[in-house]
Every structure is written in structure tokens, then in C-alpha cells.
Design a protein around this ligand. Structure first.
Ligand code: 2HA
Ligand code: ZN
Length: 282
């Protein structure tokens, strides 16, 4: 396989991951979006002297994000296809800087066909503001995908954070280690609105992974690789759970006692302690 290369190292790293999301069946047509918070100095160094790297007109943001002022983001464009990322990276992606105290953004590179950031940009920014604070700056990338098995569960299960989290944890031992913060549910809301952004921010206070009911997953992590792995693991557990439901429903699940042991043994690999039911009194 020929390796994808690009003058901007962040584009070189992200475009193959985005293409892989399409291959996985997670991002059909223009479905889904991704945004990556980048170190401003590294963006400046990468764009220096690059053709097409001209700051564009400053655009207002619907929700001010003062804690992101000065931050740069590599973001997929509105209406762009994940499938086209390696072929037309300068159309699929753009780089923007948050300016004016977090009330506006300035395009720095990309969106070559005259585009602009994804329609979900406001939600990505509120998500970044929340997760940057909660993770002390560790998390930098947010990925939104239309993952089919995970979406299917929003038609098959009660819309309850606890029930969904337990169902997924109880399907594979890795799950509680990889997403000990669980999966939190956002009710069905219109995509691209301030309302979904605000509802998402509430749930992102407590978890890196949220379910947009009947729509998809929205997940935050440190790197393209780690956010892909997080989504991949949740979707795998959702697939197992959906198969079990399709076969008549579970006869059993991984027991809470085993989940507690997993949480103890792998504590050093986990982002937090999982919220598990207490062990029964001996
Ligand atoms: O089409 O996925 O949520 C982009 C989207 C909106
Ligand atoms: Zn979507």
C-alpha cells in the first residue's frame, strides 16, 4: 500500500484515519465529522510558505468559547466526504484558529472548494472546551461517526445511560478498561443546533463518549489513533449486544464481580474508576 503523504503533518496523520472510518462503514457520503486541536506553534511552522495558506475572513461563532481562544483546529468541511480525504485533503479539511476572545474563527488553510467547517462545529467546540478542561488538556480530538450497530441499539434499548453502559461493559472484558467512563445518552435532537451542543456538553462533563440518539457516536481522545480505537471498541461491543438481542436476548452477562476485578487489575490503564454497583456484603 502506498503511504499517503502531505506537507502538513497533521493532515498526513488524519486523512488515512478518516478514510479508514469510511472503510469501516461508519461515515457514508458526507456523514460524520472530526476536529483536532493542534499546537498553534506547530501549525504556524507547518503553514509557513505553504501555497494556499492565506488567512481568510473572520467568521462569528454561535457560542463563544473563551477557553479555546488562540487554539487551532484541523476540521472536516461541511458536506465533505470522509472517503475523499486522501484524494482531496485540501477540500475535505481546513485549519482554523479561534480568535477574538473565542467569539470567532479565522480560516488559515484548506476548504479549497470554498467550504467551511462542519455543520457540527459549534458542538465540536463546546465538546473541546469541556474535555480540554476535564482532561487537563490531554484530549485533543473529537470524532463523530454514524456507527451502525451503536445506532441500532438506540432503537432497541431504553434511552438510559446506565443500561447502555452496563450492556456494553458486560459484553467484552476490554470494555470497562477502554471506556470506564461509560457511554452517556443525549436525547434525539436536531443535528447542528445549539440545543444539541448544550445537551452534549452536559454529558461530556462525565464521559468521553456520548450517543446522539438515532444518529451516531461523538467521542473525544488524545490522538487520531486513540479516538479511532475508542469508537472501534464501543462499536464492537454494540455489535455483540445487538446480535445477542437479535438472537432472543441475553441469558447472562459478564458478572459485576468480574467487572470489579478487571477495574482493579487494569486500573493503571484506565482514565477513571468506573461507576459499578457496590459488591454485596460478605
Ligand atoms: O453530515 O454527520 O451530524 C454531517 C453529520 C451531521
Ligand atoms: Zn452525524
Amino acid at each position: 500500500m502506498t503511504r499517503f503523504t502531505h506537507d502538513i503533518p497533521f493532515v498526513e496523520e488524519l486523512a488515512p484515519m478518516v478514510y479508514r472510518c469510511w472503510q469501516m462503514g461508519w461515515n457514508e457520503a458526507n456523514g460524520g465529522n472530526v476536529s483536532w486541536r493542534l499546537p498553534a506553534e506547530e501549525v504556524e511552522a507547518a503553514l509557513k510558505g505553504l501555497p494556499g495558506a492565506e488567512p481568510g475572513p473572520v467568521q462569528p461563532l454561535p457560542q463563544p468559547q473563551p477557553t479555546l481562544d488562540g487554539d487551532c483546529f484541523l476540521v472536516t468541511g461541511s458536506g465533505q466526504f470522509f472517503r475523499h480525504a486522501p484524494e482531496r485533503p485540501d477540500e475535505v479539511f481546513g485549519i482554523v484558529r479561534i480568535v477574538a476572545g473565542g467569539t470567532a474563527y479565522e480560516p488559515l488553510w484548506g476548504y479549497a472548494s470554498g467550504g467551511r467547517p462542519t455543520s457540527e462545529f459549534a458542538t465540536h467546540l463546546v465538546g473541546h472546551a469541556t474535555r480540554k478542561r476535564v482532561s487537563n488538556g490531554r484530549e485533543r480530538i473529537i470524532l463523530h461517526c454514524h456507527v451502525p450497530e451503536f445506532i441500532a441499539l438506540s432503537f432497541l434499548m431504553p434511552l438510559e445511560t446506565r443500561a447502555l453502559t452496563m450492556a456494553l461493559w458486560q459484553k467484552m472484558p476490554e470494555c470497562i478498561v477502554i471506556f470506564p467512563d461509560g457511554v452517556r445518552i443525549v436525547p434525539p435532537l436536531l443535528p447542528g443546533t445549539v440545543k444539541i451542543a448544550e445537551a452534549s456538553a452536559v454529558e461530556l462533563e462525565k464521559s468521553r463518549v456520548i450517543s446522539w440518539t438515532h444518529h451516531g457516536i461523538f467521542a473525544s481522545e488524545a490522538t487520531p489513533d486513540s479516538v479511532f480505537a475508542l469508537v472501534e471498541t464501543v462499536e464492537k461491543a454494540a455489535a455483540i449486544h445487538r446480535r445477542v438481542l437479535s438472537a432472543g436476548g441475553p441469558q447472562r452477562g459478564i458478572e459485576p464481580a468480574l467487572l470489579r476485578e478487571l477495574a482493579e487489575n487494569f486500573a493503571s490503564m484506565m482514565v477513571c474508576r468506573p461507576d459499578l454497583p457496590d459488591a454485596p456484603e460478605a
